[in-house]
Design a protein around this ligand. Structure first.
Ligand SMILES: N[C@@H]1[C@@H](O)[C@H](O)[C@@H](COP(=O)(O)O)O[C@@H]1O
Length: 332
């Protein structure tokens, strides 16, 4: 775990200097699994805030095989891998660097193959689910927001960067309050669903990545419970046919512009299932975050709440989160 916040801030400054020195037209956010999903909110931010710069999120291996036609020396490629060892992500960094792109890798340990394949590395603060984050303001989500919003500030004169920094400083308080509000509720929920075979998650916009992580990485990977992250807008175009009184859903309601999509799904789910858990950012105390930035940071607090649920589930199901049967155990 990174313990040196000053060094992380210095690493960021070096990247910002590099921004000054080159033209950047397009941002590629590249990683695997949970590390890929955590980039979704930053793509949302760029899509909302940018005037010209565009952003895409890619799985590392697809990035290489698809080989985007617009990947060139005017591209910024941001990669992430917890321990910097996922081979597809290291290969993607090298691939992008060879094409002349500016490559920045995020990892929470200091040195790893991914670092050696990238132009710049930033170490973020990381704590396992259930443990207190040492520096909430430099978690991976926050680093991504800093990197993307500063780019827009330098290249397009976006004015929200200072508000972002102030809001990131307020995150720890928001997490602490969410902890008080949700810890007992998470345990109750875990008791209720511990024997379910399937639990779906639903969200849209900047929250979709969080729904994805909970479905793919927590329920499927770490609890071996069937799941699927459903986009709230897509829900009515197929998935809603699976809804029944006894089918469990977790609906995330954020504060971004796509909230009406989540509200529409909620109206339907309330009517047709008895097993709906809604986690609504509007019911969380986010008073330590700036109003202009709240919608972007809400996924981080919802994610914190979901992690309380993950820890509670693992406990009542007697299935520790790190349990794997295939990952790093068989060839794949
Ligand atoms: N569920 C895990 C993710 O949480 C992790 O992000 C991913 C890639 O790992 P890394 O971040 O180390 O590259 O592997 C799995 O999919």
């Amino acid at each position: 775990m990174i313990e040196n916040k000053e060094r992380t801030l210095e690493q960021l400054e070096s990247v910002f200097k590099a921004y000054e020195q080159r033209e950047i037209e397009r941002v590629f956010l590249v990683a695997c699994g949970g590390s890929r999903a955590l980039m979704v909110p930053s793509k949302y931010l760029i899509d909302r805030e940018a005037k010209k710069i565009t952003a895409e999120v890619y799985n590392s291996n697809e990035f290489i095989h698809l080989n985007p036609g617009t990947l060139n020396e005017k591209s910024l490629v941001i990669l992430c891998s917890h321990k910097g060892k996922t081979p597809e992500t290291t290969d993607a960094a090298q691939f992008a660097k060879d094409k002349g792109a500016l490559t920045i890798s995020l990892m929470y340990i200091e040195d790893a193959p991914l670092k050696r394949a990238s132009n710049y590395t930033i170490n973020y603060s990381w704590a396992p689910a259930g443990s207190k984050e040492q520096y909430s303001e430099i978690m991976n989500y926050g680093i991504l927001y800093r990197l993307t919003l500063k780019l827009l500030s330098i290249k397009e004169n976006n004015q929200k960067y200072d508000k972002l920094i102030n809001s990131l400083e307020g995150l720890e308080k928001a997490f602490d309050k969410a902890n008080v509000q949700y810890r007992a509720k998470a345990k109750e929920y875990a008791e209720k669903v511990k024997d379910e075979n399937i639990i779906y998650t639903i969200a849209s916009g900047s929250n979709y990545g969080i729904a994805y992580t909970f479905a793919d990485c927590i329920l499927m990977e770490m609890q071996w419970i069937h799941s699927h992250p459903i986009h709230a807008g897509e829900f009515f175009h197929g998935p809603f046919e699976i809804v029944d009184k006894d089918v469990p859903f977790i609906l995330l309601k954020g504060l971004d512009e796509t909230r009406p999509l989540e509200e529409r799904a909620e109206v339907f789910l309330k009517k047709y299932t008895d097993k709906l858990l809604t986690i609504d950012a509007a019911c969380l105390d986010l008073s330590d975050l700036d109003d202009d930035i709240k919608g972007y940071l809400a996924p981080m607090v919802i994610n914190y709440v979901l992690r309380l649920h993950a820890v509670a589930l693992a406990e009542v199901r007697n299935h520790p989160l790190p349990t794997r049967r295939y990952m790093f155990k068989v060839d794949y």
